[in-house]
Design a protein. Structure first.
Length: 293
């Protein structure tokens, strides 16, 4: 098993807490900052170019600076662990979901308490996606439902239940009324948020789909899989615009791939994606060739 794992990790850049970059260069001490949370961090998302929002097992939501590492604001209101956080980029609104079955909205410049509540799920809320203008919110849960909300009034605009659809993640397609959703039923769905109907379901995979992301141009989406001992744990690139079929797969993680994301593309850089896994590695891939960077 040791030989197999070493082969999988060969020529792959690893990012670990104790060093800035491993294998690809000399080890360097990572900068240390005062912690924003008093327990494990469960979710993080971009808020503005210089700010991020995070949620933790300590039931709190924190807004921190990417540059200084300082926690600028801390919101407390959930009764249990925060499971997801999100925000429309450059918005002053932050959204958080929790094991207490609720979703809350917080104002970056407002009071320390939530400005809106979205109660309605029967089990832990595991998916959050906010529209680009932050006027609507989609939520998903282990209760097999997806809900749509008006963020101004807190009104539930729609609720759809699908058998065995234990939601794991949600993300909004930029510039479109569509929301991507992954599930423990091994499928990735495309929802039309206007009527809250499933517009497309990609072919089921062999393992639970744990996370999803959408490219900035809205052409592709990613999903990633659970797995163990080198089986499963892949990320899959799907076409959203034409054939809506599988474009590419990224295989190499040894355990469940927990997160996948499209990386920002520079003028001289090929499109790339990053994946993280329970095998303690982060891998960066060439989006088109599935080669590891």
């Amino acid at each position: 098993m040791g030989k197999l794992q070493s082969k999988i990790s060969f020529h792959t850049t690893k990012y670990r807490a104790e060093r800035s970059v491993g294998q690809a260069g000399p080890a360097g001490a990572a900068p240390q900052h005062s912690p924003a949370h008093t327990d494990a961090v469960t979710s993080v998302a971009a808020l503005k170019p210089d700010l991020c929002v995070s949620g933790g097992r300590d039931k709190s939501v924190a807004v921190s600076s990417w540059r200084s590492g300082a926690a600028l604001r801390r919101f407390i209101g959930h009764e249990r662990e925060v499971t997801k956080v999100t925000s429309a980029l450059d918005s002053n609104r932050v959204f958080s979901a929790s094991r207490d079955k609720t979703v809350m909205m917080w104002e970056l410049q407002g009071a320390s308490g939530p400005s809106q509540h979205f109660p309605g799920h029967d089990l832990v809320v595991t998916g959050l996606a906010v529209s680009p203008d932050a006027s609507q919110l989609c939520t998903g849960s282990r209760d097999n439902t997806v809900c749509k909300w008006d963020t101004e009034t807190g009104e539930c605009l729609g609720r759809v239940a699908i058998s065995r659809n234990l939601v794991t993640h949600l993300c909004w397609v930029p510039g479109e009324p569509y929301v991507i959703q992954t599930s423990e039923d091994k499928t990735t769905r495309v929802w039309d948020s206007r009527e809250l109907q499933v517009a497309h379901t990609f072919p089921a995979k062999q393992h639970i789909q744990t996370c999803c992301d959408v490219s900035q141009d809205g052409r592709y989406c990613l999903s990633c899989s659970s797995g163990s001992a080198g089986h499963g744990a892949e990320a899959t690139l799907w076409d959203l615009r034409q054939t809506r079929g599988r474009v590419c797969e990224y295989k190499g993680h040894f355990q469940t791939t927990t997160s996948c994301v499209f990386l920002p593309r520079g003028p001289a850089l090929a499109p790339s994606i990053a994946t993280s896994s329970r095998d303690s590695t982060v891998k960066v891939w060439d989006q088109d060739t599935a080669g590891r960077g």
